[in-house]
Ligand binder design. Structure first.
Ligand code: G6P
Length: 467
């Protein structure tokens, strides 16, 4: 008799999967494999071990791949109707839950949870149910399921009801909101979110701070955390991958091109660099970073002609108007600084917006200062990657509101992300740190940044879930 269970022993569920497809002009499908911690973590288990990654079809290419039955071993894409996905992903996940956890609302006017929100919430439930049902169908008896992130908060509870035999984990890659802010959500929704997650056996967070905030929210809206176990796993950078990738020829070519763009100071020495690399994301605080740099050039004119702010801001969530407006604001402020301070031989801000990983690594290698100043951030892997690949040491100016600050704080220059003057002062201090001190700090930052590489981060959670 066929088993009423599926075959997968280990399952991962996330909105964005490890691969995406594009339809080429000739109608063929082109697969692109993504990077990131989860991808390398899951590859640690290997394809033979009965591991399955359940993710969502995101664009037309992915949907076409599902329709044609094209896919990779170990990956199952769910073709949730495009409008349901748009409501769940753009409407609820990115415009509500992301905003709550990163405290992004401009509260005099927003949020206003009305009928449209309720309609989108129903889609979020449908979307989560699609994942729960797929996981229930694919999982072997007693399998371990690792559900990822704020897109899928209801999955643990739904899956528990369908398959009480499973070991269910959930991991949050974002911060968790402080209780007063979390309670901006309508009471029934706040309760649904935490009860959904409490359906898991084990919940993971990137830092103790986010785990404690979650516990406080459970106490306030659900009378406690019940029988769930909570763990902290601070995802680290993948040193082996990064160092190898950062020394390939394409990165070398981009370093040469960047050096030419950056140019030399009036004394003929290479200009100093303040580097940042982000998705153009509201929480990354790119505009205040530019304002701090402008403040530096205003208050410390000795830096004019001698420093360049290399800012890579890659497009993100462009379906949302507020992200498009933020992108335009980043471009406007960068232009304004270049218009005010620039000279024929010196462009104070080099802003690049086309996503290019090799160029990001090139900038990491040559950075004198890395500026990582998010308003709030679950971890921030850029802060961990720069020290690992830096050629000659780099001073890290780091927001105390980034999860990475818990591990990197002692060797970084801490900033309050809202304090533009304070950030400008930190940039000056970073630019004047002596080279020996800078190299020593970078060594310690790299060690802290790689303490829990992606594979171990993943295996640690899997073992804790099974144990
Ligand atoms: C954050 C989230 C991830 C998400 C990523 C990129 O890091 O925690 O789940 O995948 O942002 O955002 P996107 O909306 O492009 O998937």
């Amino acid at each position: 008799m066929a088993s009423r269970f599926g075959a997968a022993q280990v399952l991962v569920a996330s909105n964005r999967g490890p691969v995406s497809y594009q339809v080429r002009e000739d109608g063929s499908l082109h697969a692109r494999r993504g990077g990131g911690g989860l991808v390398s973590g899951l590859s640690a288990i290997g394809p033979d071990a009965g591991a399955l990654w359940v993710c969502s079809a995101l664009g037309d290419g992915d949907r076409e791949a599902v329709r044609r039955g094209v896919g990779e071993d170990g990956v199952r894409m769910l073709d949730v109707p495009a409008d349901v996905h748009a409501d769940a992903y753009n409407g609820i996940a990115n415009s509500v839950l992301w905003f709550v956890h990163h405290m992004l609302y401009q509260t005099p006017l927003e949020p206003a949870f009305d009928a449209e929100f309720r309609r989108q919430w129903a889609s979020y439930e449908t979307y989560n149910r699609a994942f729960a049902e797929a996981l229930a169908a694919e999982a072997a008896e007693g399998a371990a399921v690792l559900v990822q992130d704020y897109h899928l908060t209801l999955v643990p509870g739904m899956l528990r009801a369908l398959r009480p035999d499973l070991r269910i984990g959930h991991f949050s890659h974002t911060p968790w909101a402080p209780v007063d802010y979390f309670r901006l959500l309508p009471d029934d929704i706040a309760e649904q979110v935490v009860r959904g997650m409490l359906g898991a056996d084990r919940l993971g967070f990137l830092t103790r701070r986010w785990a404690d905030a979650f516990t406080a929210c459970c106490d306030a809206v659900a009378g406690g955390t019940g029988r769930v176990r909570i763990g902290v796993h601070g995802l680290g950078a993948d040193a082996g991958f990064l160092r190898e990738r950062a020394h390939r020829a394409d990165v070398g070519e981009r370093m040469a091109a960047l050096r030419a763009e950056i140019g030399t100071d009036p004394g003929g020495r290479p200009r100093r660099t303040v580097v940042r690399v982000d998705r153009t994301e509201l929480s990354k605080n790119i505009v205040r970073g530019l304002l701090a740099y402008r403040r530096l050039l205003t208050d410390r004119p000795e830096w004019r002609e001698r420093v360049v702010h290399v800012a890579f801001a890659y497009p993100s969530r462009q379906d949302l108007a507020v992200y498009r407006e933020y992108t335009a604001e980043v471009e406007r402020v960068a232009r304004e600084i270049n218009g005010t301070f620039g000279t024929p031989g010196w462009t104070p801000v080099l802003l690049h917006v086309e996503d290019d990983f090799a160029r990001s690594l090139a900038a990491y290698r040559l950075a004198d200062v890395a500026l990582v100043n998010p308003i709030r951030d679950g971890m921030n892997l850029v802060a961990k990657e720069v020290p690992v690949v830096s050629d000659e040491g780099c001073v890290l100016v780091l927001s105390r509101e980034a999860g990475a600050f818990e591990e990197l704080g002692p060797d970084a220059l801490a900033v309050n992300p809202y304090d533009v003057t304070g950030t400008a002062a930190a940039l000056h201090e970073a630019l004047t740190t002596d080279p020996a001190e800078r190299a020593a700090r970078t060594g310690r930052l790299a060690a802290a940044a790689t303490a829990l590489p992606p594979e171990r981060w993943f295996m640690e959670q899997l073992e804790a879930l099974r144990g």
